[in-house]
Design a protein around this ligand. Structure first.
Ligand SMILES: NC(=O)c1ccc[n+]([C@@H]2O[C@H](COP(=O)([O-])OP(=O)(O)OC[C@H]3O[C@@H](n4cnc5c(N)ncnc54)[C@H](O)[C@@H]3O)[C@@H](O)[C@H]2O)c1
Length: 385
């Protein structure tokens, strides 16, 4: 059997999710990792018996045995490492957001196109079976014309002033934190599920905790509240709260709020879409169901099902009906489609899956840029695709 030789860069929180989900794919062999924290790199290499452990990501990318790169580094490194990987002829699965801004993501999109690179960005929420189902139903016209939408993505892991992450530092995150970090996922869901584009935004970005106690020793993403006695006081210029008013390309209106200091909300991601025939709603708190709202008959709840879903989305609901799938499975679904596309490229055939590629992720960066611009101008801003 064909085995794709894979290298993972960055083995922090999400890098370990990549590693574990790649282990579920029979046609993949993880031959290398690159991790800046040497002790952690050695430990992961030993534990998962990975034959090559690099401390420098460029060394991994230039390794001629590695065919596919998973880039799981902080945002600041996405552009340079993805660019080098394209130029070295690798296919790439990158973490989101694709870059620090749309100027960088445009370069990556063009370069990937020129080099025939298979690309994907880990917008994993669209790979829950019923999210795929919602997109398929809207695509076949069940909702009618989309009139309005709303949603949120709320978390609380930056609630205390002792919570700190590289995400709050412009050196690693650019000009935006939560609107890029969580907002990118929500905007991707909107594009994917509705099949429409966000064309204009009016945004407010806000820093709720402008001074934080940054532990001298860096903590883990989503770690427990820091109680380190050793910390430095740092100014935080980036948002942990953002709200957007939205116009879609058909004139539909929407609004969205995201926040990382919302006590009690862990991964509270929600999208409600109101059409001229029906509403569809999905919440990550009950990720295995979509709610269908009707005006003239009873409302319905549809649960993920390999038997009952639209034919094209059944493969995402792998378990017998009634066994709920989860976050790991959504990531796995994305990876499986990605390696299917890699396979068709090796066979010199056209890809037969629709991935969230660099082009889609570039469009999301354009929305993030428009939100930053609108926050500064105090006006509606067009998204410049
Ligand atoms: N798709 C998702 O649902 C999802 C979830 C979480 C994070 N992410 C994204 O994944 C990326 C990483 O986030 P995280 O939460 O895993 O962060 P993290 O801080 O937990 O992990 C980052 C890891 O990268 C390593 N690293 C840093 N610079 C490096 C370099 N130049 N070369 C090699 N290793 C390097 C760090 O030592 C650390 O181990 C971010 O872009 C984030 O937005 C996506």
């Amino acid at each position: 059997m064909r085995k794709y030789k894979v290298g993972i860069i960055g083995t922090g929180y999400i890098g370990m999710v990549h590693l574990e989900m790649l282990k579920r794919l029979n046609d993949v062999e993880i031959i290398a990792i690159a991790e800046a924290d040497k002790n952690h790199a050695d430990e992961v290499g030993r534990k998962f018996q990975i034959k090559k452990v690099y401390y420098n990501p460029e060394d991994l990318i230039r390794d001629t045995e590695v065919e596919v790169i998973h880039n799981c580094t902080p945002n600041q490194f996405h552009f340079s490492l993805n660019k080098l990987a394209i130029l070295e002829g690798k296919d790439i699965l990158s973490e989101k957001p694709l870059s620090l801004n749309s100027a960088e993501s445009a370069i990556l999109m063009d370069l990937a196109e020129k080099n025939n690179t298979i690309t994907a960005v880990n917008f994993c929420y669209r790979y829950y079976p019923v999210v795929q189902e919602a997109a398929a139903r809207i695509g076949s016209g069940n909702l009618g014309e989309i009139r309005a939408l709303m949603g949120h993505f709320l978390q609380d892991w930056l609630f205390y002033d002792t919570d700190y992450s590289w995400r709050l530092d412009p050196k690693y995150s650019g000009k935006a934190n939560v609107i890029a970090d969580l907002g990118s996922h929500w905007c991707d869901l909107v594009h994917f599920v509705t099949g429409r584009k966000i064309v204009e935004v009016m945004a407010e970005l806000h820093t709720c905790i402008p001074q934080r106690k940054k532990p001298v020793k860096a903590g883990q993403t989503f770690g427990a509240a820091g109680n380190d006695s050793e910390f430095e006081i740092v100014e935080v210029p980036l948002d942990e709260y953002a709200s957007l008013f939205i116009k879609l390309d058909n004139g539909a209106r929407g609004n969205f709020t995201t926040c990382q200091v919302a006590a009690g909300h862990k991964v509270d991601l929600e999208l409600k879409i109101f059409g001229s025939q029906q509403s569809i709603e999905w919440s990550h708190k009950k990720p295995n169901a979509i709610w269908l709202g009707n005006r003239d008959k009873g409302n319905e709840t549809f649960y993920e099902s390999a038997q009952l879903q639209t034919e094209e989305t059944r493969k995402y609901a792998a378990l017998p009906t009634g066994h709920p799938m989860g976050y790991h499975d959504a990531v796995f679904n994305l990876f499986r489609d990605f390696y299917q596309a890699v396979g068709t490229k090796r066979d010199k055939k056209a890809p037969d899956v629709k991935l969230p590629g660099f082009k889609d992720a570039h469009q999301i960066m354009c929305i993030v840029d428009a939100a930053i611009e609108s926050n500064q101008s105090g006006r509606w801003e067009k998204v410049k695709y």
